[in-house]
Write a protein that binds this ligand. Structure first.
Ligand SMILES: *[C@@H]1O[C@H](CO)[C@@H](O)[C@H](O)[C@H]1NC(C)=O
Ligand SMILES: *[C@@H]1O[C@H](CO)[C@@H](O)[C@H](O)[C@H]1NC(C)=O
Ligand SMILES: *[C@@H]1O[C@H](CO)[C@@H](O)[C@H](O)[C@H]1NC(C)=O
Ligand SMILES: *[C@@H]1O[C@H](CO)[C@@H](O)[C@H](O)[C@H]1NC(C)=O
Ligand SMILES: *[C@@H]1O[C@H](CO)[C@@H](O)[C@H](O)[C@H]1NC(C)=O
Ligand SMILES: *[C@@H]1O[C@H](CO)[C@@H](O)[C@H](O)[C@H]1NC(C)=O
Ligand SMILES: *[C@@H]1O[C@H](CO)[C@@H](O)[C@H](O)[C@H]1NC(C)=O
Ligand SMILES: *[C@@H]1O[C@H](CO)[C@@H](O)[C@H](O)[C@H]1NC(C)=O
Ligand SMILES: *[C@@H]1O[C@H](CO)[C@@H](O)[C@H](O)[C@H]1NC(C)=O
Ligand SMILES: *[C@@H]1O[C@H](CO)[C@@H](O)[C@H](O)[C@H]1NC(C)=O
Length: 468
């Protein structure tokens, strides 16, 4: 529908150019009217109109009345316009709406814009006869509540939005029986709760936007929902019950909440999740069990979790091949296991990890070398700097000469395994030689051992006692 709107604007500009002559007899004097591919269009936009003009031709299919100063919608403004499909009333000064303005049963309006007006109160049945309506936009008004019956008869509605109002609650039955509904916009209100069961009510729901509200818990994601926008609420914990039925969920936006805890198995039901934005929350760590079910994840955003300082080693294994956008910049990392990054194999992988207090000592050498050997993987390379140790404070990780700083070169895995093998062989040989004598002295050895343990235990207890 957004596309449709844009296309219409473009086509419209072109039509104005082609048809700048008035067809006066069938057109209000304040408007310009013209035909276009079977439609009859009245353009009355941006004329400083304070009321709706009269005299529209009965075959009018579209009326542009946006960008005026209209403040009331009177009873018969659109009566008898049986062909009218598109009515644009946005960006006016509308505050008064006659209850029956759209009640004419012969009206078959499909597209109605009322956004950016001054509507504080909507008559409960004002849309009751509009079963043909597909799009209704009431964004940016002054609505404090929605009458429970307001949208009940909009059986054809696909996209409905009340963003940017002052709604504090939505009655559970508000969206009853809207079988075609795909998109609900409720962002930037004051909502503290949402209907819990609208997945059952609107069986085709695809996208819900309730960002910028006051929700403290995430309502259950409907089983058909593909996108959920929940940015900018007050959600503090995520639990699996919210995602139990979320099998179609593909994009989940949860940035700018207060999430500090994510329960194990939270995302068990979200089997299709591709994008998860958790940036700007209060997470402290990512456990192995936090995201392990997300086998299709392509993007994970963890930036601006200011306390976040640890990601456990296997946390990203579940999506090591699919993920290609990963951010944990502007957190509190001093160290991370290099294998976590090295095991992500998608060729398009881009990582953000700057603005962290990295401690570029020899424990981080593998990460430093990874950054230096694959700089193209790191989007914010210039922000990846060291806070410690002192001799590299403030330096970019790309410029740290860790090879000479950490000489002798730290033992790599392969070397350490070889070393272990040699050590074990020698130990085995020694044990073999000594074992006979050892067996003879076993009893003595046991006693000595026990005594030694006792001594250790006592001295440790002494230490603890002295600390206390
Ligand atoms: C609509 O009606 C006007 C006259 O009232 C006429 O000029 C015009 O051709 C009609 N347009 C269409 C598309 O029927
Ligand atoms: C509408 O009013 C504004 C401010 O008074 C004026 O600048 C503008 O030209 C008017 N537009 C029309 C189409 O009359
Ligand atoms: C609508 O049409 C009917 C019959 O053509 C007419 O009686 C009525 O006055 C019209 N209403 C308006 C508001 O124009
Ligand atoms: C908007 O409507 C109110 C009355 O509802 C009126 O007082 C105000 O002057 C109008 N504003 C403009 C810019 O027309
Ligand atoms: C809602 O639609 C039903 C069925 O089409 C109809 O009977 C009822 O009158 C409508 N409600 C209102 C308030 O118009
Ligand atoms: C918005 O709603 C709150 C109650 O939730 C109310 O106190 C406040 O006055 C409303 N604001 C406006 C501008 O109507
Ligand atoms: C999941 O869907 C089933 C069947 O539609 C329903 O009974 C159950 O309550 C839903 N669970 C949650 C947590 O929404
Ligand atoms: C998650 O599960 C693991 C393994 O079962 C367990 O060790 C850990 O304590 C659990 N974490 C939470 C927050 O329940
Ligand atoms: C970041 O970690 C340091 C310890 O390394 C701690 O003192 C500090 O409080 C942490 N900052 C936040 C915002 O959690
Ligand atoms: C990615 O994970 C799969 C199993 O989840 C594992 O078999 C594979 O070895 C991993 N790849 C890397 C590079 O770690």
């Amino acid at each position: 529908m957004m596309y449709l709107n844009k296309i219409k604007t473009v086509v419209f500009a072109w039509m104005v150019f082609l048809h700048s002559t008035n067809v006066a007899s069938s057109c209000p004097s304040e408007c310009r009217c013209f035909g276009f591919s079977g439609d009859w269009i009245a353009d009355c936009s941006t004329q400083n109109l304070t009321q709706i003009p009269s005299g529209f031709a009965e075959n009018t299919t579209e009326i542009f009345l946006q960008n005026n100063l209209i403040s009331t919608l009177p009873e018969n403004a659109f009566s008898n316009l049986t062909k009218l499909k598109f009515l644009y009333l946005h960006n006016n000064n509308i505050s008064e709406i006659a209850p029956a303005v759209f009640a004419d049963p012969s009206l078959t309006l499909k597209y109605l814009t009322l956004h950016d007006n001054q509507i504080r109160i909507l008559p409960g049945d004002v849309f009751a006869g509009m079963s043909d309506l597909i799009v209704l936009n009431l964004n940016n008004n002054l609505l404090n509540s929605l009458p429970p019956s307001l949208v009940r008869n909009l059986t054809g509605i696909v996209q409905i939005s009340f963003s940017g109002n002052n709604l504090s609650s939505i009655d559970d039955v508000t969206f009853d029986d809207l079988s075609k509904l795909k998109y609900i916009g409720l962002s930037n209100n004051k909502l503290r709760s949402l209907p819990q069961n609208w997945g059952n009510i609107a069986p085709d729901l695809y996208s819900i936007d309730y960002s910028g509200n006051n929700l403290e818990t995430l309502p259950p994601v409907p089983s058909t929902a593909n996108q959920i926008y929940a940015t900018g609420n007050s959600i503090s914990t995520l639990s699996s019950s919210s995602f139990a039925n979320a099998t179609e969920l593909y994009e989940m936006f949860l940035s700018l909440n207060r999430i500090s805890a994510i329960e194990n198995d939270t995302f068990l039901g979200a089997t299709s999740l591709g994008w998860l934005d958790l940036s700007g929350n209060a997470m402290e760590r990512v456990d192995d069990f936090t995201f392990d079910h997300l086998s299709k994840l392509q993007g994970l955003y963890l930036a601006y979790n200011e306390p976040l300082s640890s990601i456990s080693s296997h946390a990203f294994e579940g999506f090591n091949e699919t993920i290609y956008r990963l951010s944990f910049d502007s957190c509190n990392f001093t160290w991370i296991d290099a294998d976590i990054i090295a095991s992500l194999t998608n060729k398009q992988l881009v990582i953000w990890m700057g603005n962290n207090p990295w401690n570029c000592d020899c424990n981080l050498q593998d990460v430093v070398e990874l950054v230096q050997s694959s700089p193209s993987k790191f989007y914010d390379l210039n922000q990846i700097t060291c806070q410690n140790p002192d001799d590299v404070k403030g330096k970019k990780m790309t410029t740290v000469d860790s090879k000479s700083r950490c000489s002798p070169a730290p033992i790599t895995k392969a070397y350490s395994e070889l070393g272990l093998a040699i050590g074990l062989s020698i130990a085995a040989a020694v044990v073999f030689v000594v074992i006979v004598g050892f067996l003879i002295n076993a009893r003595t050895a046991k006693i000595i051992n026990r005594n030694r343990q006792q001594t250790e235990r006592t001295s440790r207890q002494d230490e603890v006692a002295s600390v206390l």
